[in-house]
Structure formats: C-alpha cells, structure tokens
Write a protein that binds this ligand. Structure first.
Ligand code: S3P
Length: 186
C-alpha cells in the first residue's frame, strides 16, 4: 500500500487547496491539520493563539500527528505552515508518508496573503517583512523534512497538481530504491 501524501510549506503556498484537489483526483480522503485542530478545540486558530498561545497550538499540532499515525488507510494530509518546525514533527511526517514541500517565494506569499486576517503570525505592522523573516528561518527546515520539493511561483494549481501526482506515483513504483531522492521542480 502506498503511503500518505503529505503537503508542507509556508502559509499561502496552496497546501489546503491542493490537498482538496488531490483528494478529488486520487480519490483518497484528505485531512487538513489546521481544520482538525479547530474541530477538536471547538475554536478557530486565531482564537487558540489569542487565548492559549502559540506553544499550546504547537502542542495540538504534535498531538494531531500522533493521532494520524494511529489511523488506518491512506490519506492526503495538508499541514499547517509551522508544523515542521519541531524536529519530532519532522520525523513523524517522514514516518507518515511522502512529504511534498510546496516552495514559494516571499513575493508570492505576500501577493496571496496581503488581505488575509486569519493568520495570527502575520498580524503585525509589517507583514511583508515578517513573511521574509519567517521564510528565512524556516526554509531549511521545510527542505530537511521533504522528500520532494515543488516550486509553485507563477504556476496554475493544475500544473502543480499534475507534478505532484506524477512524483507520488513514482514513489509508489520505486521498490526498495532510495526513498529520499529529493529534487527541485524540473
Ligand atoms: C502557521 C500556519 C497556519 C496555521 C497557524 C500557524 C505557521 O497554517 O497553522 O496560523 O506557523 O506558519 P497555514 O499554513 O495553513 O496558513
């Protein structure tokens, strides 16, 4: 059985949208860690950050991964942008399946999120700068956790989707080969 297909990347890189589209295309159920955390907590992410703090949210992310490890069946898993920050989460992601990092440039993120109010970490005076800083801090971690890196700047969702499906299939066919054949987009 093929393993889960996992999407990681910065806020606004397209994880949730692509997760849904991949689910439809591959007929595999999708789990979005942010949505699951909101359901379990009975409150929104901005609310969790405001009332319980970021660390409490990170703990919920860890617990969510643990839960997923104990669930049967193959899934598409779209993750919150900060989930791979913890080393234990990066290891859990690798155990769970094939990890795709949707890599986006800061300008792409900014264009997509400039009017967004649902991301607590970007509610600052200079969100554009914050995006650059966070991305600089995080890119190496996203890359370290990834089996596959997919560049998304300037691309239609359909083209990204086709690339992910193709690469995911290749993993399914590779038997006993090296798993971590990390590559950038062709
Ligand atoms: C976060 C990303 C968000 C959400 C939370 C924190 C982050 O998810 O989990 O606001 O630390 O990058 P998206 O990547 O789906 O926006």
């Amino acid at each position: 059985m093929k393993r889960n297909l996992i999407l990681t990347g910065f806020m606004g890189s397209g994880k949730s949208t692509l997760g849904l589209r991949l689910s439809y295309r591959l007929r595999i159920p999708v789990v979005d860690t942010d949505k699951r955390i909101e359901q379990r907590a009975g409150r929104s992410i901005p609310d969790i950050f405001a009332r319980e703090g970021e660390e409490a949210f990170r703990e919920k992310e860890r617990a969510c991964l643990e839960e997923l490890q104990n669930e049967p069946g193959r899934k598409i898993i779209s993750t919150g942008g900060g989930l791979p920050l913890r080393a234990e989460n990066r290891e859990a992601l690798r155990r769970l399946g094939i990890v795709f990092y949707l890599r986006a440039k800061p300008e792409t993120i900014w264009e997509r999120l400039r009017h967004d109010t649902g991301r607590p970490l970007l509610q600052t005076e200079d969100p554009r700068r914050r995006i650059r800083e966070l991305l600089a801090e995080r890119s190496a971690l996203y890359e370290a956790a990834a089996d596959e890196i997919v560049d998304v700047d300037g691309r239609e969702f359909d083209s990204i989707l086709r690339e992910i499906v193709r690469r995911y299939d290749q993993h399914g066919r590779r038997r006993g080969g090296t798993r971590r054949g990390k590559r950038g987009s062709a």
